[in-house]
Design a protein around this ligand. Structure first.
Ligand SMILES: Cc1cc2nc3c(=O)[nH]c(=O)nc-3n(C[C@H](O)[C@H](O)[C@H](O)COP(=O)(O)OP(=O)(O)OC[C@H]3O[C@@H](n4cnc5c(N)ncnc54)[C@H](O)[C@@H]3O)c2cc1C
Length: 489
């Protein structure tokens, strides 16, 4: 039986492993961390569960083609409840609130009442969201294996969005929001994603949520990863954790062996790299990097990435009104020299197992740019200062939450702080990036070939191969790697 070595046990690696076993390959996953799941993870701290990933997962609607992939890998399907919230987020300013409702008619009605001065643009925005709720991620086979009829079927599905995509791909979000006079409506469109994204990205995201295809699998991030791990093991796969692949040997354009930092040798017929793409090329050698990645790493202005600074707080009572993300303006505070005046907060009250009875765990997420990652990495050289800074920022955030929600005064405690550097330290993630390259107004949605140039038995998958990444792109990229191996046999 031919054997596939998978490097990296995130969602892409687990998916590759599962499809490898389903297609009759022997398969071993090598993962550098102590557990699999990669960025899709959670852990327990002081009696609370820290869910550090999924806010929404594309593919929860059985009507969309990606659902079948999630079902194949055991993340969704029989026995897995999906939580569909009635709103995605709330903008809360000066005692007024507006919401991104799942029901687009409700969103439109609320916005029209709230900002009649923007009625023309609001109607147009909601019309576009209705169209984008038809959007699909092509998830059945890789692009190069799609024939004429596959392409036609896909184009037919996304036909309603094509005119808008053509027009708004090249419009920066920051430009688009200027069409609205009301600043809270601007914030509703601008606040969730980093401002470098293009307008289509927010239309796609809210449209997906509104279609019922972007919800929350029960058990959160660790639930998704654990079910996939179990599926892989039940199919007879092998997982090696605490194993960092650092180098390979190659003969005649083929990998012959891969080596772990502790000397263990991983040997197979095919090698699928699902670890971070930059880490992949440091393992196989930069001479194997193709134009897709060379141009992206060389030009971070055109191809930026982003990360986040996350604070987790325990709360001595339940706060159900924060079960969906709430964004509020606050007195400015400082994160390594950059001023922040908005806090995005949510509680995990919808998952009873995440906090002891009658208590809550709150997440505060502040988006970070590549330059912030560099500062965190530098600061980490002095661990004491790094830890003090994290605590100081967390305290500043708590103070602002007390101002916004006086009833919480004295009830909050810091349980965990995650910086952009944490992702690099634990998972080897390039610039601590949360997802992959941002789809800006200057970039097209290009996909990677999934091959590593100059190495005929090496494949690459993971969020970096299908920007802008995220869980759906990770899972399908893992499947695509195995389909490519089968096709090229
Ligand atoms: C805070 C946060 C919130 C997010 N929210 C969402 C969300 O709501 N919805 C959504 O769709 N996505 C979300 N994402 C993004 C999503 O988690 C990722 O896109 C996805 O999990 C990436 O999966 P992956 O397998 O491609 O990569 P990774 O998760 O990075 O997995 C790569 C794996 O390779 C391992 N590895 C690295 N180097 C080596 C090596 N040398 N040897 C062996 N193993 C190695 C790593 O340890 C890791 O386990 C979020 C991410 C973060 C951080």
């Amino acid at each position: 039986m031919e054997k596939i070595i998978v490097i990296g046990g995130g969602i892409a690696g687990l998916a590759a492993g599962i499809y490898a076993r389903k297609n009759g390959f022997e398969c071993e996953i090598y993962e550098r961390h102590t557990i699999v799941g990669g960025q899709c993870t959670g852990w327990n701290r002081n009696g609370f569960h820290i869910d550090n990933c999924v806010h929404w997962m594309t593919g929860t609607s059985p009507e969309k083609e990606i659902y079948k992939t999630w079902e194949d890998v055991g993340a969704l399907g029989e026995g897995v409840d999906v939580l569909q919230h009635d709103k995605f987020l709330t903008i809360d300013q000066n005692g007024k609130q507006i919401h991104v409702w799942k029901d687009v008619n409700r969103l439109e009605k609320e916005l029209l009442e709230f900002a009649p001065e923007d009625s023309k643009e609001i109607k147009h925005f909601c019309k576009m969201l209705r169209a984008f709720s038809h959007m699909e991620v092509p998830a059945i086979k890789p692009k190069e294996q799609m024939g004429f009829w596959d392409n036609m079927r896909y184009v037919k599905k996304i036909l309603p969005v094509l005119p808008y995509a053509a027009k708004y791909n090249s419009v920066p979000l920051t430009e688009y929001v200027k069409r609205f006079k009301n600043t809270m409506v601007q914030d509703l469109i601008l606040s969730y994603l980093p401002s470098a994204f293009n307008t289509v990205s927010i239309l796609y995201m809210y449209g997906t949520f509104m279609s019922g295809n972007g919800a929350l699998p029960k058990g959160g991030s660790i639930g998704i990863a654990t079910r996939m791990r179990k599926k892989f093991l039940s199919l007879g796969g092998t997982i090696h954790t605490n194993k960092t692949i650092t180098s390979i040997s190659e003969t005649n354009g083929k990998i012959t062996e891969a080596y772990c930092s502790d000397g263990q040798i991983a040997s197979g017929d095919y090698y699928v790299f699902t670890c971070d793409a930059d880490a992949t090329y440091s393992i196989v050698g930069r001479q194997h990097m193709d134009e897709f990645f060379t141009k992206r790493y060389a030009d971070p202005e055109t191809y930026p990435t982003f990360s986040s600074f996350n604070v987790y707080l325990s709360c001595e009572k339940k706060i159900e009104e924060l079960s969906d993300m709430v964004l509020f303006k606050c007195k400015p505070f400082d994160i390594l020299g950059s001023k922040q005046n908005t806090i995005a907060i949510k509680s995990f009250d919808y998952e009873p197992s995440f906090a002891p009875e009658g208590k809550s765990v709150l997440q505060i997420m502040i988006l970070q740019e590549e330059k912030d990652y560099d500062l965190w990495a530098k600061l980490h050289e002095n661990k004491e200062q790094y830890n003090e800074t994290k605590q100081q920022i967390a305290n500043d955030i708590i103070e602002r939450i007390y101002t916004q929600y006086p009833s919480l005064q004295g009830l909050l405690q810091v349980v965990e702080v995650v910086t952009p550097y944490s992702y690099n330290k634990l998972l080897g993630t390039y610039k601590g990036a949360y997802m992959s390259f941002i789809t800006t107004h200057k970039t097209k949605r290009e996909v990677h070939s999934g091959r590593i140039q100059g190495l005929s038995n090496a494949y690459i998958a993971g969020q970096w191969t299908l920007p802008p990444g995220g869980l759906p792109n990770a899972v399908i990229s893992g499947k695509f790697a195995i389909q490519r191996i089968i096709k090229n046999k």
